[in-house]
Design a protein around this ligand. Structure first.
Ligand code: HMG
Ligand code: MG
Length: 321
């Protein structure tokens, strides 16, 4: 039986750790990213170049991506909100290019993620601009990044519900996703930021967005506040989505989405897809997939560093076994 390939974007080091109360040492973040790559992950969101006044937890991303022992064929992405964020990344890349191991070691990052939202209220809270202004500012950032040979991924936040304005208009999600796609994003990730979406809402939203963006260019980014994230993952896959964002140990949340919990746990997605018609794509380190046992261990390891237990359901059950 030929299985349908599914890509995972591991967002724990960024979406997960950005929401932690305490400051996590650089060494721990470097370890986390290296462990994830050694479990088979090929797409890792490693951090962000955002204002440290807004998100102090992500300070140090430049040092982190420089220090990680990078593996070939792994994309280490960073989130950037504006030109200043891209400049931060470019200076790290320039330092690498003029270093002695420029030719023998992969660059610190080959991808940026840019982000906006489907409501003005959320864009204001997260980026201090309206949707229209944010898109106008992001277009030249995307162009510059593409010219430098970087991949550009786009995010739309609050695709189902907004913490400030409630139910979201899926036509607006479609419009914003289309703009990001036309800007050159190779993929647009649709974020249920508050984690309130149900499978039927995800289905309806996707059918709308698919009218303007090819479904194979869409990713699902589901927070798990109401416990629907794994069901939403399956719904997205059944509607043709082939990339899912998830977070080891179920880490995460969004600082501008009060009460929202972490991303769907990578462990839970890997567990649920076992034996299905889908096969998670991974590197040789995960035997061609992402190694569930290793991810479960990493989930417990990072949760321990944060002073708590893993909140992944599969991670907890596997440990108890
Ligand atoms: P602002 O205050 O309007 O910006 O914020 P500003 O241009 O006035 O700058 C304010 C200060 O920040 C200045 O410093 C800038 O230099 C500095 P000062 O002069 O006061 O010392 N600054 C920066 N420093 C480092 N890197 C930068 C940068 N830009 C400005 N890139 C801004 C606007 C966009 C900067 C701010 O709103 C911001 O950083 N927002 C990011 C918020 C964020 O990271 N949110 C979480 C990630 S998104 C998310 O989690 C959702 C997602 O997971 C999908 C989903 O679940 O929906 C992706
Ligand atoms: Mg998120």
């Amino acid at each position: 039986e030929v299985k349908i390939p599914v890509n995972i974007v591991e967002v724990g080091p960024r979406d997960g750790l950005q929401n932690e109360k305490g400051i996590i040492p650089v060494d721990v973040k470097v370890d986390l990213i290296e462990k994830l790559a050694l479990a088979g992950c090929q797409n890792i969101e490693a951090g962000s170049f955002v204002s440290p006044k807004w998100i102090p937890q992500m300070a140090g991303t430049g040092e982190i991506i420089s220090r990680v022992r990078r593996l070939p064929d792994v994309h280490y992405a960073v989130l950037v909100p504006n030109q200043k964020g891209l400049d931060g990344l470019v200076s790290v890349l320039n330092a690498h290019n003029s270093s002695p191991d420029a030719d023998s070691v992969p660059p610190p990052s080959d991808e940026i993620s840019i982000f906006t939202a489907a409501t003005d209220a959320f864009a204001q809270a997260n980026l201090n601009t309206t949707i229209a202004e944010s898109l106008a500012k992001l277009a030249p950032v995307a162009r510059t990044a593409l010219d430098k040979g970087l991949r550009v991924r786009g995010y739309v936040s609050v695709v189902i519900a907004c913490p400030y304005t409630g139910q979201v208009d899926y036509k607006k999600v479609r419009e914003v996703a289309k703009e990001l796609f036309q800007m050159g994003c190779y993929e647009v990730s649709l974020g249920d930021t508050v984690g309130r979406g149900t499978p039927s809402q995800i289905a309806e939203m996707l059918e709308e967005v698919k009218k303007d963006v090819p479904v194979e260019r869409l990713a699902g980014h589901f927070h798990d506040t109401f416990g629907t994230a794994v069901a939403n993952v399956f719904t997205a896959l059944e509607h043709g989505v082939r990339t899912i964002d998830s977070s080891v140990g179920g880490l995460g949340g969004c600082p501008y989405s009060p009460g929202a919990t972490g991303n769907v746990a990578t462990e839970d997605v890997l567990y649920a897809l076992q034996g299905s018609k889908y096969k998670v794509v991974g590197s040789e380190y995960g035997n061609g997939t992402i190694d569930l046992e290793k991810i479960m261990d990493i989930g417990w390891w990072i949760s321990d560093k944060l002073g708590r237990e893993s909140i992944s359901r599969a991670g907890r059950a596997l440990r108890a076994k």
